[in-house]
Design a protein around this ligand. Structure first.
Ligand code: GLU
Length: 374
């Protein structure tokens, strides 16, 4: 088996990024066969219960021809205008290819992905779309993103999206088969790497030579940068050719690609994030029994919380204190502050009666807790 297939075998949620050079033909029109091939794979995976979040480029390339901008260099305003005019055509192409599943557009800026609050909102929307069987299609919101605030390439955007939606893997489909030991165009002995266990300086050097020019902005260096971002969040990355039959499915079945192992596990990346939340949005005070339970590795239940302070949304980090105000640790809370206020002290079975619905028995799940030394 390939390293990519191993990475994908347990995956339930995967971000797939496709570059402009694959989607837009030399005539600057959507490459219909390519849209269909990818859409067929995504629909098949959805049928198997694998959720795919698609990150699609192509807006600027399509908009260029719609606005008569020719093939030369565009200034920022022209790029933004081209993105606006091209995004509608891009989504029409996805919608037609994915039918009967609806395509659902989300345009994100770096601000949406760097602010925790907007990140949580975007994640909740994606979760809802996926649960409803729609196919989220994400692009950078080029029309409002100014140069300093742009990712500029969708490789990095896709890596941040993978982190945001807690994906199990990131697939970057491009016009190269993966990372080669040297430039295959010049060196006949160049070899495709199946597996990159860690992004070393040698790996970076290989990426420098193999960047493919073309319609896209990506190149290999930005793909390695994306693999690094995803890897530090505990997510493995696969770089593969997209101009193939069954471009996504074949990767689950051993088709050639390069797979990058994450540098840490998702669990420890998450714990590092929780531990590093230097400004928790609120505080939960626990009774003595709850302190003992969380110290034994159990989840924090509403019954063990005697008071709550601060205003926070579900998914934010909160500080946990013991009955005498001593620091116990930090955790990511599963309910918002006003909800916690209504269910603190209740048995888990009473959550539904108090709120009218219930999300889960735990206020803070054991895997979302980082304890201070006792
Ligand atoms: N967001 C740009 C577009 O849709 C593409 C950026 C990239 O090529 O990575 O045209």
């Amino acid at each position: 088996m390939t390293a990519a297939a191993d990475l994908l075998a347990p995956a339930r949620r995967v971000v797939v990024k496709i570059g402009s050079s694959l989607l837009i033909g030399p005539d600057r029109q959507p490459h219909a066969a390519r849209f269909s091939a990818i859409a067929a794979d995504l629909n098949a995976l959805a049928g198997r219960g694998v959720q795919i979040v698609l990150v699609s480029s192509g807006a600027v390339a399509l908009g260029r021809s719609r606005l008569g901008f020719g093939t030369g260099r565009l200034n920022l305003e022209q790029k933004q205008a081209a993105a606006a005019a091209g995004q509608t055509a891009l989504m029409q192409a996805w919608d037609a290819a994915l039918a009967p599943r609806p395509a659902a557009q989300a345009l994100l800026t770096s601000g949406d992905l760097e602010s925790r609050r907007r990140w949580l909102n975007a994640r909740a929307t994606l979760d809802t779309l996926l649960a409803a069987g729609a196919q989220p299609v994400i692009n950078e919101n080029d029309t409002v993103a100014t140069d300093e605030l742009r990712y500029g390439d969708n490789d990095r955007l896709a890596a941040r999206v993978a982190q945001m939606c807690d994906a199990d893997a990131l697939i970057l489909l491009s016009d190269v088969a993966g990372l080669f030991t040297s430039d295959p165009g010049r060196d006949p002995s160049a070899r495709l790497l199946d597996h990159v266990p860690a992004i070393s300086p040698e790996i970076e050097a290989m990426a420098g030579g193999a960047g493919a020019a073309g319609t896209g902005t990506g190149g290999m260096a930005s793909k390695i940068a994306a693999a690094r971002i995803a890897g530090s969040a505990g997510i493995g990355t696969i770089i593969a050719a997209g101009a193939q039959a069954r471009p996504v499915l074949r990767l689950f079945e051993g088709g050639e690609a390069t797979a990058f192992s994450p540098e840490t596990s998702r669990q420890s990346a998450r714990r590092a994030w929780i531990a590093g939340a230097f400004n928790p949005a609120g505080t939960l005070t626990l009774d003595a029994g709850a302190v003992e339970a969380v110290r034994k590795g159990r989840s924090l239940l509403p019954a063990g919380v005697s008071s709550v302070s601060g205003r926070f949304q579900r998914g934010e980090a909160v500080r946990l204190l013991g009955p005498d105000g001593e620091a116990v640790g930090k955790g990511v809370v599963g309910y918002a502050s006003d909800e916690v206020a209504r269910i603190a002290g209740l048995q888990s079975g009473q959550i539904e009666a108090a709120l009218g619905w219930r999300r889960g028995a735990a206020l803070v799940h054991a895997s979302d807790l980082v304890l201070d030394p006792a």
